[in-house]
Design a protein around this ligand. Structure first.
Ligand code: PEP
Length: 258
């Protein structure tokens, strides 16, 4: 019996206008069955308040943001603070998505500060890591991802580390339709969990949910979620269609029931 939660988080990225986002949330809310899987919706900032209202009293459904600023407040035009996110009803925030690392040059050092700011505000970070294709082809993916995890998270004391969710997302599988095989995902999740055990303790490592991300869809979710160290998924494209997203959640529920 797993000591950690299975989580399915939907990252809408920069998709859906306000009305489309509202419709998608309502469709998910109407179709979602009560279950043990923790479901998180991460819409764009402009949709947070409305999404929060729509999901308010559903116990396994939570709100997450896709990014936050590392400072508490101040003269940072166009940025969003963790306090603002918390006050809109967020419980989670994605930190270090590969698109933020690549297109916004977010460094490990910056991400570590964002993690601190999120935790200080009572938000749980969904910390993303993953290797680009050349690193996978060179065979140094385990070392690459280990560095990202160490640099972004290992300054945290155990009490704070318990609140973190990790998402392993090989960049070559994000939005490409290519998925890591269940074996490739399991191998990397095991690398990350062993690292946690070595740095903290076996008990802590067993408690941390490690999600897989990279073209998860209803057709491949069952075999990915069947792996012992894969505790659900961070889902991009397939989270934009209620039926696909619900299908993935159902596979998580089935994996939990086994
Ligand atoms: C993501 O954005 O985190 C992601 C995994 O996207 P996709 O599911 O579309 O590959």
């Amino acid at each position: 019996m797993k000591k950690r939660a299975n989580i399915v988080a939907g990252n809408w990225k920069m998709n859906k206008d306000y009305q489309q986002g509202r419709d998608l949330t309502l469709e998910i809310v109407n179709k979602l069955q009560p279950s043990e899987t923790v479901v998180i919706l991460c819409p764009p900032f402009t949709h947070l308040q409305n999404t929060h209202t729509a999901i308010n009293d559903i116990s396994n459904l939570h709100l997450g943001a896709q990014n936050c600023h590392q400072e508490e407040s101040g003269a940072y035009t166009g940025e969003i603070s963790t306090g603002m996110l918390k006050s809109c009803g967020c419980d989670f925030v994605i930190i270090g998505h590969s698109e933020r690392r690549e297109f916004f040059s977010e460094s490990d050092e910056l991400l570590a500060r964002k993690v601190d700011r999120a935790l200080a505000t009572g938000l749980r970070p969904i910390f993303c890591c993953g290797e680009p294709l050349p690193i996978r082809e060179k065979g140094t993916h385990a070392a690459h991802v280990s560095e990202q995890v160490k640099n972004g998270l290992f300054h945290l004391p155990e009490e704070q580390m318990k609140e973190v969710v990790i998402a392993y997302e090989p960049i070559w599988a994000i939005g490409t339709g290519k998925t890591a095989s269940p074996e490739q995902a399991q191998e990397m999740h095991q690398v990350i969990r062993s690292l946690l055990a070595k740095q903290y303790s076996e008990a802590l490592a067993e408690r941390i949910s490690i999600l897989y991300g990279g073209s998860v869809k209803p057709a491949n979710a069952a075999e990915l979620f069947a792996k012992p160290d894969v505790d659900g998924g961070l889902v991009g494209g397939a989270s934009l269609k209620a039926d696909d997203f619900i299908g993935i959640i159902n596979h998580s529920n089935e994996a939990l029931a086994k």
